[in-house]
Write a protein that binds this ligand. Structure first.
Ligand SMILES: Cc1cc2nc3c(=O)[nH]c(=O)nc-3n(C[C@H](O)[C@H](O)[C@H](O)COP(=O)(O)OP(=O)(O)OC[C@H]3O[C@@H](n4cnc5c(N)ncnc54)[C@H](O)[C@@H]3O)c2cc1C
Length: 403
């Protein structure tokens, strides 16, 4: 049993938000859907003076929070939301593999380094079930385990790290000074900033998708796949590497996984395609697109139907998987800099060969950078490379200052 018990219902948006927040922070919790669970309802009412307030979150110290905001949850979990100083040598926006690697390299060189992450440290790697192609781990390694190792190593070198804090802007203040503003209203100043904010899952934008996120429509098999243990069928939308990998992972929880792909062939690596096509539990549906996600008509608010369109004939068919997992690509997390820093045509950050953007002192690396290869090993490599470029840049500033 986890230290945190989360009582709620799948149709409740605040419950989904709280669930997502805990998952993003990689905080283990047990989820109790109180719909049709009299014991769960009784517990919630007992905790809230007879009121049925969800989410109700019970902690191991016996206390609980009813309908907490993300900020209240962060405080309860003891997450520091303001840094110790206001001026650093280097501020890194994003605490995924790229940002954490940069921080380890920079702090080893005695640069005062602050990492700020809007969710939990570890980035996408931290929420990936298993990484099999990261060098040095012949048996593979769990994503959460690897992320914990990155964080521990950064801690060992004295890197300061904030979680659940979004950076909202980076401003060139002139005089080689940069200002980093956070959603908590704090301002941090540094001579160098790294944008290492990665990318986010793309949505299908089919009807009903938004309403059913967390109630049958998901973007993270690791986070939500186990909820479907013993189910009859799950669906994966997208036949690229992520879709195929996560589809294979989901076969551990269900009798059948259907992969839906718009193109006339799967797009993942040959190795993954072979695994999927030869897997007894997997079916592939090519040249089909999702047109709607619909809730069950029993009032539960959970996914009941996925409507697909045969893109050749235009015929619509209905499938009834217990859950649908969407893996159709990534969008760079660059909205907070889009008016100040040059982006490429796909919205990724444009950099020169030294990883510098068009704003002096602002660098970008990892999945958010135009031309990056969206792999963990390359993210870590870029994280190290950008740290070395920053060292050179700061040395040049120091030399110029002396002249
Ligand atoms: C499902 C899945 C499976 C994968 N499997 C593999 C695999 O097997 N092998 C492999 O090599 N690679 C794999 N990858 C890719 C690998 O995880 C990424 O390449 C790697 O995590 C990129 O690291 P990053 O630090 O650049 O970005 P991310 O890991 O995306 O980290 C970016 C961080 O920035 C934070 N952030 C975003 N915006 C802001 C903001 N405004 N303020 C503050 N913080 C912000 C985010 O919360 C996030 O923590 C997988 C990816 C996914 C999604």
């Amino acid at each position: 049993m986890a230290d945190i018990q989360l009582y709620g219902a799948s149709w409740c948006p605040d419950c989904r938000r709280a669930k997502k927040f805990l998952s993003d922070q990689r905080v283990p919790f047990d989820w109790h859907d109180i719909d049709g669970d009299p014991d769960g309802v009784a517990l919630v009412e007992a905790r809230n003076d007879g009121k049925r307030i969800i989410p109700t979150i019970v902690f191991s110290d016996g206390t609980h929070l009813a309908e907490p905001t993300n900020e209240e949850l962060a405080d309860k979990l003891g997450l520091a939301r303001s840094a110790m100083m206001h001026v650093y040598d280097l501020v890194i926006v994003g605490g995924g593999p790229t940002g954490l690697t940069t921080s380890i390299y920079a702090a080893r060189e005695n640069l005062e380094t602050l990492v700020i992450d809007s969710k939990g440290l570890g980035g996408q790697a931290g929420v990936t079930e298993r990484l099999d192609n990261y060098p040095g781990f012949p048996e593979g390694i769990g994503g959460a385990d690897l992320a914990d190792r990155f964080v521990k190593q950064a801690e060992r070198y004295g890197v300061e790290m904030l979680q659940a804090v979004s950076v909202t802007s980076i401003t060139d203040e002139g005089h080689r000074e940069l200002d980093v503003e956070t959603a908590t209203g704090d301002h941090y100043h540094a001579r160098a900033v790294v944008i290492a904010t990665g990318s986010s899952y793309r949505r299908t934008n089919a009807d009903g998708e938004d309403d059913l996120i967390g109630a049958g429509v998901h973007f993270c098999a690791t986070c939500d796949g186990p909820f479907y243990k013993g189910s009859r069928e799950l669906m994966v939308i997208g036949g690229g590497n992520s879709g195929l990998e996560e589809g294979l992972f989901l076969t551990g929880f269900t009798d059948k996984v259907t992969v839906v792909e718009r193109g006339n062939a799967l797009r993942g690596s040959k190795l993954l395609q072979d695994k999927v096509l030869n897997h007894a539990k997997m079916e592939v549906l090519l040249e089909h697109g999702v047109t709607a996600f619909r809730a069950k008509d029993d009032g539960s608010g959970k996914l009941g139907t996925v409507e697909l369109e045969d893109l050749k004939g235009g015929v619509r068919v209905e499938r009834h998987p217990a859950g649908a997992f969407v893996f159709i690509g990534l969008d760079p997390n660059t909205a907070f800099v889009k008016d100040r820093i040059r982006l490429d045509e796909r919205g990724f950050v444009a950099t020169d060969p030294t990883f510098m953007t068009d704003v002096g002192g602002v660098f970008a690396a990892g999945d958010v950078r135009g031309g990056s290869t969206k792999q963990l090993a390359s993210a870590v490599g870029e994280g190290a490379a950008v740290a070395i470029q920053i060292r050179g840049y700061l040395d040049r500033l120091d030399r110029e200052g002396m002249n």
